[in-house]
Design a protein around this ligand. Sequence first.
Ligand SMILES: C[S@@+](CC[C@H](N)C(=O)[O-])C[C@H]1O[C@@H](n2cnc3c(N)ncnc32)[C@H](O)[C@@H]1O
Length: 408
Amino acid sequence: MSTGVEPQQVLARAREVVSSCTGFRDTAISPTAVDRVVRAELARGRSAAELMAELQRPGTPLARALLDAVLVGETYFFRHPEQFRFLASEAVPAALRRGNLVLRGWSAGCASGEETYSIAACLLGMAPPGVRVEVLGTDLHEGRLEYARRGTYGNWSRREAGPLLYPLYHDIAEGRVSVMDNVRAVTRFAQGNLLEPLAESFGSFDVIFCRNVLTYFSPDAVQTALGHLARALVPGGFLLLGTVEVDHPPAGLVRVGAPELQAFRRPMPQEQVPPPRPAYREPEPVRVAMRVPPPPARTPPPAPAPAPSPVRLHLEALQSIEGGDAAGAASTLEKLLEQFRDYIPGMLELALLRERAGAREAAFALMHTVRDIAARLPPDLIIQGPEPLPARFYRASADAFLTLGAIE
Ligand SMILES: C[S@@+](CC[C@H](N)C(=O)[O-])C[C@H]1O[C@@H](n2cnc3c(N)ncnc32)[C@H](O)[C@@H]1O
């Protein structure tokens, strides 16, 4: 007896289900994967009408089988290493400057967990004593999360394209590694769909990696997911996306670094609105006085302009950076350092600018000086910069920068 439902209709409905659960655009859904799942069900003797009815309900075993079949889980340790270098050289120092006692990372769309553990290893490598690390990995695919929680991997997770930037695993057998206990201890995994906001109980993050996920999404789904990601960042936190996933900064975020870095920052509340410039006002029209006015009160002579302080010049440089004028910022910092030769906050800033501009040697020379000066100071001595920070912060930042460069 014909039920009036054709297998082609089931296939079409299956694609709709996949698309609405994942956010994938239709062309990113593998027809062979969907076909395989539906044909397997038909081969088990189920009718097309039965499958169609199951596909009208959310979260059924058939819907899960379809998701498992279409979700691509390609990943490996320290994939796109330049983004981990950015994490170490920019995002972590920024979080420490905000006074964080915990560094929090989220790997959104973590697949089997290699990215999550890589973030955890990097944060652990960068955290000064007394600063904790917490990293969350989420994915839609429960099977991959189970694999991630086991924390043992084969050679496919370690590729040349992903250099081991921080200690992360140890060998357990030929071609098998296990994630180190200290890295596991700060990492946890949970199921989560990027089309929905992350549960508030997970808190907010200093850095979010969401890479090679949005590339499959429809334009609407990309916007939905970006909104959830941006809202999960702390002010001053960073979002790192895959290489070609967006061509504009997500709403509410600003681009940082070169476009190919795909790094975006949530501004601090005071940065949301650019500092108001004093508006130009037309002079008041001169009124003809009918009476002789009283003599003007004596006004005190104007106070002499304050001498430029290193912090004031440093803030000027930061404003240039925010305004996209890296060259202007570098020249302000150079002038600053001519006047205040030991001002290590400015030296660190200039080193990072040099590194971003590709002038590695100059960046290294500056970082060596930062380290040497900081090493001669008492570690807890507070250095006045845009934010007061102890000398040990500058030493740790320079050490991390120089060590990373050496591993490379
Ligand atoms: C190609 S892997 C990327 C893994 C890792 N981020 C990396 O770049 O190495 C994409 C992951 O995104 C997950 N994914 C796809 N759509 C998702 C969604 N709507 N919500 C959460 N995860 C999703 C997939 O299950 C898959 O594990």
